[in-house]
Design a protein around this ligand. Sequence first.
Ligand code: FAD
Length: 468
Amino acid sequence: MEKLERDVVVIGAGAAGLSAAYELKKAGLSVAVLEARDRVGGRLWTDDIDGAMLEIGGQWVSPDQDVLLGMLDELGLETYSRYREGDSIYVNADGRATRFTGEDFPLAESTQQEMDKLVEALDELSKEVDPADPWRHPRAKELDRISLAGWLESLSEDKEARDNVAMFIAGAMLTKPAHAFSVLQAAQMAASAGSFRHLVDADFILDKRVIGGLQQVPLRLSARLDGDVHLNQPVRSLRSGESVPSGMGVVVTSDDVEVSARHAIVAMPPNLISRISFDPPLPRRQQQMHQHLSLGLVIKVHAVYDRPFWREQGLSGTAFGPYQIVHESYDNTNYGDERGTLVGFVSDETADQMFRLPAEQRREQILDSLAAYYGDEARHPEVYYESDWAAEEWTRGAYAASFDLGGLSRYGADLRSSVGSIHFACSDFAGAGFQHVDGALRMGKAAATAIVAQHSEQPRMQGAGISS
Ligand SMILES: Cc1cc2nc3c(=O)[nH]c(=O)nc-3n(C[C@H](O)[C@H](O)[C@H](O)COP(=O)(O)OP(=O)(O)OC[C@H]3O[C@@H](n4cnc5c(N)ncnc54)[C@H](O)[C@@H]3O)c2cc1C
């Protein structure tokens, strides 16, 4: 067992943990980052699959994500725009595909009016909610006990209008059925992206990608940490309080490394925190709160073709169908690539259904759904891959975690509270940038800032300082 002494031990080398470690090093503190996987990045993972570069996890950057944009600049990373020329496609409940331009789906006029009304209502509500503390909304408790589905039903009898509006937050963001989370949680999701209209506007929310892949962010951060990141080290226990050596706040043990440190940052999704054995146990509030936060479920489907054939038909690749297996799909062609890539998403209960099928049948049904948007050619990709994060031991869902009904108003105020020397940071706890890489970076920086403030009067430990 390797034994280390550091100012701070960080558990998890995702965007949150690495940005925390990077800020701490820049401030002159020593760190050790313990990561369970054999790679850094957590839910950011860019890999070569059968000769195609795929973004298996997070990939898009939107203009409001200023912390992420600042980090891309600092790390010397460049972005490019998602392909968006041409018509989009909408497939309705009867399976009929219609071309359209702009944001408004080609719906019957009465349905369009109802959809406008619902978008307006959700937009107004999200303006009243501060994403950092939605529990302070004067009607927080009331809004937190109504599901998004129930709230939409109370406002409109038009099913297609409701299903479309729900799709933008349920299927596309929280990746849970609209009856499984509250309208307060939905409003926070929208507010965290600036407004609900931003979520409806694919050109905003899915604006840019990073050349070479978004995993470059954790990879470059890790390179700047100069040997302080320890891979294949799932943390098993965290001791704090009287049993730790004097002058230290925690002793954190993984399979091969034991770190004694003044502070710990737990930079992992809340559903995994209870896998660490805490001695003494975390306070009951945290133990309870973490049980009310759960990850959604989505299959990110990648299909790579010899060329972006849909562009020849004047299609942008952007496609929506609330009743389709793949509810949304986009042109995801890599920068400078001659081949064409489509990325589609299969969410929540539809993902459950798909996972009940044998792999070949699942692939066939998912490609049939892509064909409903782009025609027969979509059935024959050169490379086909399904990102399956729910089967990943160190994540267990996608994209991120949100509260069950009533959880946000009940526990939210304690979401980011530290417990003695133990701090928490991950995208699932963010206000602005909630569930996104931007939020992960914000949480990492916030934990680092809090620790640096406490340390300003204390002597440094060995190994402090950034390497470049
Ligand atoms: C398919 C998919 C698509 C997405 N698309 C986008 C997008 O387009 N844009 C966007 O901004 N966001 C997107 N996201 C969300 C974004 O990727 C995440 O919000 C963000 O990367 C989370 O970073 P994090 O550091 O908070 O958590 P994580 O990335 O989950 O990092 C936690 C780390 O902790 C490690 N860990 C867990 N348990 C232990 C343990 N016991 N000991 C040691 N280490 C441990 C994990 O291995 C992991 O490396 C997407 C996510 C997914 C899955």
